[in-house]
Design a protein around this ligand. Structure first.
Ligand code: EPU
Length: 418
């Protein structure tokens, strides 16, 4: 198994090209099942999660190629069953459910279990689909939707943690082929949902309101082939932003869209970071340590849960006391015990991490528990005294394209050991 070996101390400096968004590309790839025609998707990051989604599409009957960041798919026929073996490896595979129901009127998919960031039920997905006419039952760990007669309806999709990103995606995709008008209330507003809606509109879907809490979809009889470019990955950009800040560096996040990071930019500025947004991307720098923060993660446009772990790494070496509360996945704190092993002073009170900024961290062998936790440990390694070994690097390869090469190009001392 690969590990990343990081020697702390270098300031990140230079320009990094931000890749296409993983969380946009995954549902967009699933949406290609909605049409028998050819779809061409550019700016797709080469990540293990993407490769895995392509494998799912192929197993469901699509012809798929992936070259130089461009995926071409053609799903002339689609089978209606996704086995456990495919779902258990990647929870996001649940987003093929909406397209399968829309295309075939039935689906069987294994229910994804929990994962290291906490309990991740799909009850809201199933409720939304049932209201459209796709009633499901669960047996032996599988969700069966034997027959769907999709009819548009007004659906409330909120849950106790707010809106759901992939749940909104699934219902929106199914509704593109429902009879009449579907209105999704309390829809997720994330840029990735908006990107999927743009993709569906290019296919011929009639959608308005994407990017707001209320999305309206008027069902159509058929959807066609499409060419589309995926938006830049705001979480990758945010991770490199924190890399620049934690090392007191100076980095241009080339291609990053500042509109997708309004909250993050604002919060980092109020801690003392310099940010300049221009046509090339976001320029981030600081010449001194930042000030501490009191922050709660929220659905978009709030501070993203997918940057909470990286922010914990930054605040562990920022003077003062920071309080970081996780509102989306309240037990997404596996990184804290590893940061503690590196010398961070942190306590967990409920879903709030209390970080007392220390002068420095010390390099140590640490274990990545999930994608963003591994990114946090790499960031911590960049400023730690000595060497940090981040094990179980496959987690980071799920969501960051060539992270070691990109960091090295910015001056970091980081090696991948096979
Ligand atoms: N929830 C329910 N029931 C549901 C669906 C969600 O209770 O049926 C709860 C979840 O347990 C959670 C909250 O609602 O507490 C929000 O979850 P959401 O459904 O929005 O998450 P997701 O769509 O499964 C996507 C991203 C995650 C990101 C979350 C939140 C993809 C492929 N995944 O997951 O990304 O953390 O939205 O923004 O888009 C990552 O990239 O590291 C990652 C985990």
């Amino acid at each position: 198994m690969d590990k990343l070996v990081v020697k702390g101390g270098a300031r990140l400096k230079g320009r990094v090209n931000i890749s296409g968004s993983k969380n946009s590309a995954l549902p967009i790839l699933a949406a290609t099942l909605l049409t028998p025609e050819t779809c061409i998707i550019h700016n797709v990051p080469d990540l293990s999660d993407i490769r895995f989604m392509l494998e799912i599409l192929a197993q469901l009957g699509a012809k798929v190629t992936f070259e130089n960041g461009t995926v071409t798919t053609r799903a002339e026929k689609v089978i209606t069953e996704v086995p456990y073996d495919l779902v258990r490896k990647m929870r996001a595979s649940i987003c093929v459910l909406g397209p399968m129901i829309a295309r075939c009127g039935q689906a069987t998919i294994s229910e994804p279990g929990g994962c290291s960031i906490g309990d991740r039920p799909i009850d809201i997905h199933l409720k939304g689909l049932a209201e459209l006419g796709a009633e499901s039952h669960t047996q032996g760990g599988n969700v069966f939707i034997p027959k769907a007669n999709l009819v548009g309806k007004e659906i409330f999709l909120g849950g106790k943690f707010g809106s759901t990103v992939l749940g909104t995606d699934n219902v929106m995709m199914a509704a593109t082929r429902a009879k009449g008008l579907t209105i999704i209330e309390s829809a997720a507003c994330e840029p990735e949902v908006r990107d999927l809606a743009e993709f569906l509109r290019k296919m011929g879907a009639k959608i308005v309101g994407q990017g707001t809490r209320r999305i309206e979809i008027e069902g159509v009889d058929a959807l066609g082939g499409v060419e589309h470019t995926v938006i830049p990955d705001r979480i990758e950009a945010g991770t490199f932003m924190i890399g620049a800040l934690i090392t007191q560096g100076d980095v241009l996040l080339a291609g990053a869209d500042p509109d997708h990071l309004v909250n993050v930019i604002d919060r980092m500025k109020s801690c003392g970071a310099h940010m300049k947004c221009g046509p090339e991307g976001i320029h981030v720098s600081t010449s001194r340590k930042l000030s501490s923060i009191d922050l709660v993660t929220e659905t978009y446009p709030g501070f993203p849960t997918d940057m909470q772990a990286q922010l914990c790494a930054l605040m562990s070496v920022t003077p003062g006391i920071s309080a970081i509360t996780e509102k989306i996945f309240p037990s997404r704190f596996m990184h804290l015990s590893e940061l503690r092993r590196m010398g961070a002073r942190v306590e967990l009170e409920g879903a709030t991490a209390i970080l007392h900024g220390v002068d420095h961290l010390s390099g140590a062998p640490v274990m990545a528990s999930d994608l963003r936790a591994s990114a946090a440990l790499v960031l911590a390694g960049l400023v730690a005294h000595g060497t940090t070994e981040v094990n179980r690097v496959y987690h980071i390869d799920r969501g960051y394209e060539h992270i070691d090469e990109k960091l090295r190009a910015l001056g970091a001392d980081i090696q991948r050991v096979r």
